[in-house]
Design a binder for this molecule. Structure first.
Ligand code: CO
Length: 291
């Protein structure tokens, strides 16, 4: 009998404590996604930084690329869409949510993420007390300065003297991120007059950079991704043996080395994403707050 009352009082304590325990902020880490295990080291590093900054919070990943999600599912890996990820956070007891974009710029992927987040909020009123959306990496001039500084510092020991560095950004066919990337490229060049930026897509063309390297009579070039992960684009389009930036530069007579390290592996970059998460204080469920 005594034991029964003891259990009953334990249950009572638990019930009292439960709402307090449940008052927690969940984080949805929303990256483009990659199916290359090597590339996902960068995601693991970002996750570690978030686990440290949000020790009591459930963390859930979502990949915004449907293609990658499909591929991973075929390989038997559980992946979540944006709505599924938010459902999972609710099931894990989160009552507020920060959706953190792990994209480089507010381009097409980020726009789709923001739209999916809003649709979710409209369809699930009251499911969370608040839903916040953290902005992508290159959001401001200060962000671009921080990214340029961190990316260049990280390559300091890797680069040889007199060796130029050409960063590969993603960009977008429609030109959506061109201006942001042009700004980032200018800041990289200001920090280091042998640093250049081009995109897989968009107006920042590798041909223009190759022309500039020739004019400057540079002989040695190192290639590095200006992307969160060193995924398919970095491995194949940048560093691959055929039809890549590396092969084109070599054909043009340059000595080429490649760095296959995603920006997410640099602690300062994970910190910048964290900064964007704490700056996200505008609840998507409410009318925009304007001073
Ligand atoms: Co792509």
């Amino acid at each position: 009998m005594r034991r029964f009352f003891f259990s009953l009082s334990l249950l009572f304590v638990f019930l009292l404590a439960a709402p307090v325990c449940q008052a927690k902020t969940g984080v949805l880490l929303a990256a483009f996604g990659s199916s290359l295990p090597e590339a996902r080291k960068a995601y693991a590093a970002i996750e570690k930084a978030y686990a440290r900054a949000f020790p009591a919070s459930p963390l859930v990943w979502t990949y915004t690329s449907q293609k990658i999600r499909k591929k991973l599912r075929k390989q038997g890996e559980a992946t979540y869409g944006i709505a599924e990820g938010l459902d999972k956070l609710a099931a894990e007891g989160a009552d507020k949510v920060i959706i953190q974009s792990l994209h480089m710029t507010a381009g097409a992927e980020f726009a789709a993420l923001a739209r999916a987040a809003l649709i979710y909020v409209v369809r699930h009123p009251g499911k969370f007390k608040a839903v916040y959306l953290g902005r992508p990496l290159l959001e401001s001039d200060a962000d671009a300065r921080e990214v340029a500084k961190s990316a260049l510092a990280d390559l300091k020991n890797f680069r040889e003297s007199g060796e130029a560095v050409v960063f590969m950004a993603h960009g977008n066919d429609t030109g959506r991120s061109d201006l942001t990337l042009q700004g980032a490229g200018a800041i990289l060049g200001r920090n280091d007059n042998l640093a250049f930026l081009a995109g897989v897509e968009g107006s920042l063309n590798i041909d223009d950079v190759i022309e500039k390297l020739k004019q400057l009579k540079i002989r040695k070039v190192c290639l590095a991704p200006l992307m969160v992960v060193a995924g398919d684009h970095a491995v194949n389009d940048m560093a691959g043996d055929e039809d890549s930036w590396a092969s084109r530069l070599r054909a043009a007579g340059f000595e080429v080395r490649v760095s296959l390290k995603g920006l997410g592996e640099i602690p300062a970059i994970a910190d910048l994403f964290l900064k964007h998460s704490s700056a996200a204080t505008d609840d998507l469920a409410l009318e925009p707050i304007k001073p």
